[in-house]
Design a protein around this ligand. Structure first.
Ligand SMILES: Nc1ncnc2c1ncn2[C@@H]1O[C@H](COP(=O)(O)OP(=O)(O)OP(=O)(O)O)[C@@H](O)[C@H]1O
Ligand SMILES: [Mg+2]
Length: 308
């Protein structure tokens, strides 16, 4: 559905994309991760035809999206990072306006508007002015507007910012059901647990390239690490094999079973464990994987193992 190769983009001297390769298949949810300024929004904007690229190729449903922008755009839905709703229009009119922009007939528009409002959980707010919605409801409306023309490739750029637990859950549910219907979804978020909940494929954009690409399980298996931190009231005691960080200790080697490692440490500490204030067990997660990926150079072996 989406095939990007060697995509490059600079703003002046700032080389943001230095050769991005990324493939997304129908029905796949790809979590695009990267720190602030990594270039996620830039990448999405180029694919959606909103910004020119400096080089590389982008194919959307087989169409060259860098030259045939309008044709490619028919397959693309985009909910940008910045909210784009009309505050003085009602929810229904916001949706209808964008449906008409997408070229839908009047009769199709009415039907599609209520389907989408239902899908994003805004059916009961149809007559409310968009500006009077809560932050999370605005996000849902904004997401809904990208779904109107039933795009086969959907970009959601931080769709859950400002959303409460329920709004977030409902956005994730919308994403799941779209993917189940065959929509290819590219999803960016700084809330990594969402990508775990979606069981998304992972693409990490770092220093201008996709440095890791794999299923969630592959990425966790290769990069996620467990850890344990012992916190003390006052200065942490010395313990061979452990690193002190003032008032806490963490093991020098990555522990296979952090709880057991903690228990063994407490035995070794004996009476010195008296000043223990807490034991923090850190389970392997996408967050620990992400930190490992972006915090150290990726070895060529690790790189090629996961880049598809
Ligand atoms: N229109 C622009 N003109 C000049 N520089 C830009 C422009 N848009 C983005 N940049 C720069 O390009 C880099 C990538 O920005 P981008 O918005 O793509 O990052 P991002 O990964 O989406 O970050 P975030 O997680 O904060 O949304 C940043 O250094 C940013 O300052
Ligand atoms: Mg962004």
């Amino acid at each position: 559905m989406l095939e990007i190769t060697g995509l490059r983009k600079a703003y002046g001297d700032n080389q943001v994309l230095r050769g991005v390769d990324l493939t997304v298949r129908p029905g796949q949810i790809v979590g695009l991760l990267g720190s602030n300024g990594a270039g996620k929004t830039t990448l999405i904007s180029i694919v959606a035809g909103l910004r020119p690229a400096d080089g590389g190729t982008v194919r959307v449903a087989g169409i060259d999206a860098l030259t045939d922008r309008r044709q490619a755009a028919q397959h693309i839905g985009l909910a940008p990072q910045e909210l784009g709703i009309y505050p003085t229009l009602t929810v229904a009119d916001n949706l209808a306006f964008f449906a008409r922009l997408a070229g839908m007939s009047r009769s199709d528009t009415a039907r599609r508007v209520s389907q989408v409002a239902e899908a994003v959980g805004l059916a009961e707010w149809m007559r409310k002015k968009a500006g009077e919605l809560s932050g999370g409801q605005k996000r849902r409306l904004h997401t809904g507007m990208a779904l109107l023309h039933k795009p086969a490739l959907l970009f959601l750029d931080e769709p859950t910012v400002g959303a409460d637990v329920q709004s977030r859950a409902s956005i994730l549910e919308v994403v799941r059901s779209l993917a189940a219907d065959g929509v290819a979804v590219v999803y960016t978020s700084h809330y990594l647990t969402e990508l775990e909940q979606l069981n998304a494929d992972i693409a990490v954009l770092h220093e201008g390239r996709v440095v890791v690409r794999g299923s969630l399980d592959e990425v966790l298996g290769q990069y996620a690490v467990a850890n344990v931190v012992l916190h003390f009231s006052g200065t942490a005691p010395d313990l061979p094999g452990w690193r002190s960080d003032g008032s806490s200790l963490s093991p020098l080697a990555v522990p296979e079973d952090p709880a057991r490692t903690a228990a063994q440490a407490l035995v070794s500490l004996g009476v010195e464990a008296e000043s223990l204030a807490g034991v923090e067990i850190i389970r392997p997660s996408l967050e620990t994987a992400y930190l490992a990926i972006t915090g150290r150079a990726i070895t060529p072996e690790a790189d090629s193992a996961l880049v598809a």
